[in-house]
Design a protein around this ligand. Sequence first.
Ligand code: NAD
Ligand code: LMR
Length: 341
Amino acid sequence: MKVTVLGAAGGIGQPLSLLLKLSSQIDELSLYDIRLSKGVATDLSHINTNVKVTGFEPSSKEDQSAIKQALTGTDVVIIPAGVPRKPGMTRDDLFNINASIIQSLASAIAETAPQAYVLVISNPVNSTVPIVVETFKQKGVFNPKRIFGVTTLDIVRANSFIKEYDTHGELDVSKVNINVIGGHSGETIVPIYSQSNASKIYKKLSSSQRDALVNRVQFGGDEVVKAKNGGGSATLSMAYSGYKFAESLIRALKGESGIIEDSFIYLDDGIKGAREVKNKTKLNYVSLPIRLGPHGVEEVEGGILGELDDNETKLFGVAVNTLSKNIVKGELFVNKVKSKL
Ligand code: NAD
Ligand code: LMR
């Protein structure tokens, strides 16, 4: 099992690579960045685990050989390359810089490792995933079961933040499992506490407590951006989340059954359950619980959409509206139609 990290020397890339170096599921780790990745790889290679680590850096802006080597024979590619937010910025403000970075990395993957599973971390996820998909379509190698927007940090936050309301100390926070659906930015993030193993606590909350909890999950990223005060956005919790998603996917690829993770994916008619979700939401992409299997996405578990409480239904409606604009923006970027969205 070979995993390649693109953007491996960054705030997320380094701790993510460390976690992957510790994984017993992986044989080879390939680290690519436009700077410092050889140093990060050398550093990690001193850790005595069985994962072989190699670093690759281009010698100039035009040099494509390093990324080609990094991607050759890879099974899974994780992308945390791109710029993070500073206080006062939205994720959408990153689009102008990150869209071209993601498009060029997606082109390289489509050319060198078209069969790879691609995990997109770079923001704005609601638009960067459509950029990867459209690039793969243009290159004739698109497989909807293999491209994932990583929204796991929203789940990790939702799982953590409910603990504050556990006044009787009955919750083991490491076992909480909240689905978070929609997308990955502000109002498109919709935690579904009503249908979770923490619903007992959630149902006892007042409506203002529920609003505060949901708001904290939706704007958890801003909380970190503000606390880092110009030093970037979430890196360590994101590295953990990216690692968690990658491990789940790899275990499913190796044949383990019953693995479900939430992820932002393209709703292709060939995926079990996708058509129903598309009809219901009118979206081409959404984050929902996904059953993973040996070929990637096996099924979209859209049943959750029929189980939302009134407030979650309202929030999901708002999410759908913003999501559709974010998605079109990514699609138009690749197809070079000027977007006014
Ligand atoms: P960072 O600036 O610390 O690191 C980004 C790295 O990408 C740098 O090392 C940079 O050299 C590298 N890079 C830039 N262009 C590249 C290219 N063309 N090829 C290869 N590498 C390239 O940023 P970070 O804090 O690691 O965040 C990275 C991205 O992840 C941001 O867009 C951020 O918004 C996003 N993010 C997403 C989530 C999520 O939940 N999906 C969470 C946190 C951050
Ligand atoms: C997050 O949710 O922490 C990331 O998307 C980074 C950000 O910009 O908030």
